[in-house]
Design a protein around this ligand. Structure first.
Ligand SMILES: NC(=O)c1ccc[n+]([C@@H]2O[C@H](COP(=O)([O-])OP(=O)(O)OC[C@H]3O[C@@H](n4cnc5c(N)ncnc54)[C@H](O)[C@@H]3O)[C@@H](O)[C@H]2O)c1
Ligand SMILES: O=c1ccn([C@@H]2O[C@H](COP(=O)(O)OP(=O)(O)O[C@H]3OC[C@@H](O)[C@H](O)[C@H]3O)[C@@H](O)[C@H]2O)c(=O)[nH]1
Length: 386
């Protein structure tokens, strides 16, 4: 840790970070990185701490005096402003961010992603504190290409599908497609943060993650989350593989995504934290444009990788099709394709993703198998016995 320097060769001073949503998937990896590789302090705010328990206990851990957990719901807790004032930098990760909630709990989704984030922006702005706010690639919505005829040659032209922070439009479906409640709330909070920067001098960075995946993402239904809960696709497919049931392809699994390994993405966030002069005032796509697959291809690859890491052969019918209405309910809609343009993050921070989709699935599914296989077996044998 000694002699750490930023991208311009200046020594990095230890800072205190107020991390809101520190107990979630991204927060847990960011806390791990900050504790093991940097001298910075973290005031970790969340309603849950299970995913960072290994960093908080026992009190003999080498970083014990650099991380403090504050069990706070930011909706209604007056301690929040004090914590933001104590810190040099606030990182806001708190959000409802699982698609199954966007159309079924649109009010909670909008409140969580817009209203609840407002005081955080206000306290940072009023107290002259730097803010790194987590937005989403969903603010781009659908690609321009999605509106071209299926056989149009323009669909092959990157100008019609690559997503650029400074030029791409935000294209959402109609209001009754409540899927877009999340993207719209995130877009408005981005605009508010940006306006605080423009009018009141708030020092901010906005992060747009493109499908970051890895260990500790979401939950396995019935094991460490509700039986009827629907997590994001990595956990849905992991759950199906662990239970030896077919992976469900929503509307044929034709949508495309680019997946990035959480550990690659965390490197980008650490660069933003430690290079404020290069990161302030910017919006950054953080994704891996080289890891594009359709959801169907993802299912096939996860089936192969899981078979390799578990030593179990795959089942006879590895996938089944399901309609989005059946799977998510009324009001679901989807992003067709998401390839991040990397020009800005490359220019400002010299960052590039490294890990291939196969490699990241191999390490993630090894973790899923090791963590859950036994618990799933036991839960399934109990259900059969009853
Ligand atoms: N993982 C991705 O690929 C991805 C993609 C796009 C955007 N994002 C954004 O990144 C951020 C973090 O995502 P994640 O994948 O770690 O999700 P996550 O659900 O694992 O983490 C969010 C955390 O915020 C906490 N939280 C929510 N509301 C809170 C409240 N009122 N008070 C205190 N804590 C609260 C939750 O308990 C949870 O631990 C979110 O803003 C999300 O929209 C993530
Ligand atoms: O079991 C499943 C789960 C999901 N899917 C499909 O897989 C794709 C990816 O689904 P995810 O649950 O990972 O969610 P999405 O990529 O659509 O959105 C995510 O992206 C960015 C973040 O802001 C959020 O974390 C989330 O909104 C979607 O097309 C979805 O319909 C399936 O086909 N089967």
């Amino acid at each position: 840790m000694a002699g750490r320097v930023d991208l311009d060769g200046n020594p990095i001073k230890p800072i205190t970070i107020c991390m809101i949503g520190a107990g979630g998937f991204i927060g847990s990896h960011l806390c791990e990185k900050l504790m093991s590789e940097t001298p910075h302090k973290v005031l970790a705010v969340d309603v849950y701490s299970d995913k960072i328990k290994h960093l908080l206990e026992p009190a003999t851990l080498p970083w014990a005096d650099r991380i403090q957990f504050h069990r706070i719901n930011i909706k209604n807790d007056s301690r929040l402003e004090g914590l933001i004032k104590m810190a040099d930098l606030t990182i806001n990760l708190a959000a409802i961010c699982t698609p199954a909630d966007y159309n079924t709990r649109p009010l909670d989704t909008i409140y969580s992603n817009f209203i609840d984030a407002l005081p955080v922006v206000k306290y940072c702005s009023e107290n002259g504190k730097r803010l790194i706010h987590f937005s989403t690639c969903e603010v781009y919505g659908k690609t321009i290409g999605a509106f071209l005829p299926k056989d149009s040659p323009l669909r092959q032209d990157p100008a019609y599908y690559v997503l650029k922070e400074d030029t791409s439009p935000c294209i959402f479906g109609s209001i009754e497609k409540q899927r877009w409640s999340y993207a719209c709330a995130k877009q408005l909070i981005e605009r508010l943060v940006y306006a605080e920067g423009a009018e009141n001098g708030l020092e901010f960075t906005i992060v747009r993650p493109f499908n970051w995946i890895g260990p500790r993402m979401d939950f396995i239904p019935g094991i460490d989350g509700p039986s009827e809960g629907v997590p994001r696709v990595l956990a849905c497919f992991s759950n199906n593989l662990l239970r030896r049931e077919p992976l469900k392809l929503v509307d044929g699994g034709e949508s495309q995504r680019t997946f990035i390994y959480i550990k690659d993405a965390i490197e980008a966030v650490l660069l933003m934290i430690e290079n404020p002069a290069r990161a302030n005032g910017h919006i950054f796509n953080v994704g891996n444009p080289n890891n594009e697959v359709t959801v169907r291809q993802l299912a096939e690859m996860m089936t192969q990788v899981y078979s390799k890491v578990s030593g179990e052969s795959s089942i006879e019918t590895p996938t089944i099709d399901v309609s989005s209405k059946e799977f998510y309910g009324e009001g679901y809609d989807d992003s067709d394709k998401r390839i991040p343009d990397m020009t800005i993050i490359n220019r400002q921070l010299g960052w590039n993703p490294k890990t291939s989709l196969w490699d990241l699935l191999e390490s993630t599914l090894t973790y899923q198998h090791r963590t859950y296989a036994e618990a799933v077996k036991q839960a399934m044998s109990k259900t059969t016995a009853n």
